[in-house]
Design a protein around this ligand. Structure first.
Ligand SMILES: C[S@@+](CC[C@H](N)C(=O)[O-])C[C@H]1O[C@@H](n2cnc3c(N)ncnc32)[C@H](O)[C@@H]1O
Length: 229
């Protein structure tokens, strides 16, 4: 069966093609791949309510930005197709193994989400978790997501965000911002992603705040939602 994504299938994704906009650090790239593989079950357990709300009823072809090692594969049905926009080559082998284990047809696009190599209005659904904190330009990424979604298509996400000003969580996010970003390859715990998503030009927005209770205090304030292109 052919689909509108087939003309991208022949483009191989490999380490040598890692995009210039993404500097995959050999040590931190490997560490993050191993960290999200080892901690995936724990993180997913904390985020399970947010994810169950927004990642239900996904269509048979989904574009995911920054899927990492495949934390959200469990929300796809077997035989569905995942177009994975993942510039970090150190994530790819584990992502491929997760797709094989779930029976998901995986296509890795080794590009940054600021410059997605998919046509306008070609996707029914885009998903993300814990990615808009890490991309260099969240506004540009949101514009790209809107561009590739067909009119009426959905972007479903669950992301960690800046806590309210003046709270102990916010102080901790400020205090730890530099080592946190260093370890987690540019991740910021201080982003107002709710405002960014609301300003991105989507037509309908459903968005919830939730708090998880992990020892990683800067990471505990989250939003989850779905917006329509
Ligand atoms: C914190 S990890 C989250 C991985 C996965 N979504 C999860 O929930 O476990 C952030 C992911 O975003 C990816 N990433 C970072 N910058 C990106 C960009 N500009 N475009 C697309 N993905 C990016 C990283 O390579 C990594 O896989």
């Amino acid at each position: 069966m052919s689909s509108r994504f087939d003309h991208f299938a022949e483009l191989p994704a490999s380490r040598s093609q890692a995009p210039k906009e993404f500097d995959a650090h050999p040590a931190r790239g490997r560490f993050n791949s191993a960290f999200f593989w080892a901690m995936g079950g724990y993180i997913n357990w904390h985020m399970r309510k947010g994810k169950a709300n927004v990642f239900s009823d996904l269509p048979s072809t989904v574009v995911e930005i920054g899927p990492g090692v495949g934390a959200n594969m469990r929300y796809l049905s077997a035989k569905s197709r995942l177009i994975a926009v993942e510039p970090n080559p150190y994530m790819h082998p584990r992502l491929q193994r997760a797709a094989r284990a779930s029976g998901v047809d995986l296509q890795i696009r080794s590009v940054v989400a600021e410059r997605i190599d998919l046509p306008d209005a070609s996707a029914d659904a885009v998903i993300s978790s814990l990615v808009l904190c890490s991309v260099r330009d969240p506004d540009l990424v949101l514009a790209e997501i809107r561009r590739i979604l067909r009119p009426g298509g959905r972007f479903s996400f669950t992301e960690h965000v800046a806590a309210k000003r003046g709270t102990p969580t916010r102080w901790t996010q400020r205090l730890l911002r530099r080592p946190w970003a260093w370890v987690f390859e540019g991740c910021s715990c201080e982003r107002d992603l709710e405002n960014a998503i609301q300003s991105a030009g989507f037509t309908a927005i459903v968005l919830d705040h939730y708090r998880i209770h992990s020892p990683f205090l800067p990471f505990n304030t989250h939003i989850a939602g779905t917006v329509i292109a």
